[in-house]
Design a protein around this ligand. Structure first.
Ligand code: C5P
Length: 226
């Protein structure tokens, strides 16, 4: 297998209420994007990183290394991912590790485990966490509980999500980059009938979405000894 990472980084980050998209916010001297790039390169099997970003903001990644390329981002996250996957295929990579720019705290052991799980077949594998809170459903425009939902056997999907590059490109194209249910790569693979495996994630791998998440991620990314 030859493995490339694809990092979708073209989002506007509207929920962050910040002029700077979240992946370009700086924590401990590096952008969140740079932290995420560094994290996916911690597994030596990852040979190249394709960053999908409209900004073409090379400054966001301090070390413009030969193994990092910027490619065009898309209107949706899926379109950004597809752009990166197609570039990876063109350059001869067989597998892709898709990882959100907004998840800078990915532990190296989690990355290695999901790659191991994905390489054993065509279904691929994703990082996920069992749901720990109780789940409630409300009706639209209501704050009243209509039903409780069992959390048994329910997982929250994180990234990385690792697949055969050609299968993932087919799956995203078939499902359509505008499909409202295409919120992660596993959804596209499931659309084609594949059953990706679940690999245990980590609370450190949170996605920075709201302003308060920045405090958490600042603690998670603190250099050792502080
Ligand atoms: O918005 P959300 O939190 O789901 O974004 C997850 C990741 O997808 C972020 O890293 C964001 O930059 C990226 N994204 C993208 N292209 C878009 C929308 C989101 O690359 N059009």
């Amino acid at each position: 297998a030859s493995i490339a990472a694809v990092i979708p980084a073209a989002g506007r980050g509207r929920r962050m209420q910040s002029a700077t998209p979240k992946q370009f916010l700086v924590v401990h001297g590096k952008t969140l994007l740079q932290h995420s790039v560094d994290a996916v390169l911690r597994d030596p099997r990852v040979e190249h990183v394709f960053i999908a970003s409209d900004e073409q903001n090379e400054q966001a990644v301090a070390k413009s290394l030969p193994n990092i390329s910027f490619v065009a981002g898309g209107v949706t996250r899926a379109e950004s991912v597809l752009s990166g996957v197609l570039h990876a295929i063109t350059q001869g990579y067989t597998h892709v590790v898709v990882h959100d720019a907004a998840r800078p705290g990915l532990p190296a052991a989690v990355l290695s485990a999901v790659i191991d799980a994905a390489l054993s077949g065509d279904n691929g594998a994703i990082v996920a966490m069992p749901v720990r809170d109780s789940l409630k459903r409300s009706e639209p425009d209501s704050d009243m509980i209509s039903t409780s939902v069992s959390r048994e056997h329910l997982w929250q999907a994180q990234t990385p999500q690792v697949f055969t590059a050609a299968l993932l490109a087919d799956a995203i194209s078939e499902m359509g980059v505008e499909h409202p249910q295409l919120t992660d790569e596993a959804s596209a693979m499931a659309y084609l009938g594949y059953h990706p495996r679940l690999v245990m994630g980590s609370l450190k791998n949170i996605k920075v979405t709201h302003p308060e998440d920045l405090e958490l991620v600042t603690a998670i990314l603190a250099p050792p000894g502080r």
